[in-house]
Design a protein around this ligand. Structure first.
Ligand code: FEO
Length: 166
């Protein structure tokens, strides 16, 4: 059985993972409207992964005898300054999520909930991978400049596959 405090932090994370999914969907739609098919595809896939993260939390809370709350979500921004700026926003958001996961872990430890402490390690590792793959894209965008953007857009999904294998 989850303690009230762990349940509360898991529910906070349900909202944050769900918002992440919607944020990346909004970014994907914007990138698609700018003709960047590869970037938008990457973001659509990322949005699905975030939804899966939300589901993992929902199922975990339920399995541990808690009440999972599916909240209303704030509307993500519709427009972005540019593709590089947008991926920097993705990075900032992922760093925020990493901090948030660490807070769930810290609460689980303080509540002596060792099952949650162990379960959440998957997310700790996942955040390392996500930050790494977003940084890879930012590095490529810095290198590519305007002229190279077309080629990077075309090849971005192969970066996702490379990052997954690394
Ligand atoms: Fe589920 Fe990218 O944090």
């Amino acid at each position: 059985m989850l303690t009230k405090k762990v349940e509360e932090f898991c529910n906070r994370q349900i909202e944050r993972e769900g918002y992440s999914s919607n944020l990346y969907l909004a970014m994907a739609a914007w990138a698609e409207s700018k003709g960047m098919a590869g970037m938008s595809e990457w973001l659509y896939v990322q949005a699905d992964e975030e939804r899966m993260h939300m589901l993992k939390f929902i199922k975990y809370v339920t399995e541990r005898g808690g009440s999972a709350v599916v909240p209303a979500f704030k509307q993500p921004p519709v427009k972005y300054k540019g593709i590089k700026e947008m991926f920097k926003e993705v990075m900032k958001h992922e760093q925020f999520i990493t901090g948030s996961i660490n807070e769930v872990l810290a609460v689980a430890i303080s509540e002596k909930d060792y099952a949650t402490t162990s379960w959440i390690q998957w997310f700790v590792n996942e955040q390392v991978e996500e930050e790494k793959s977003v940084q890879l894209i930012i590095d490529k965008l810095e290198l590519a400049g305007e002229a190279g953007l077309y080629f990077l857009d075309r090849d971005i999904m192969s970066l996702r596959n490379t990052a997954a294998q690394a």
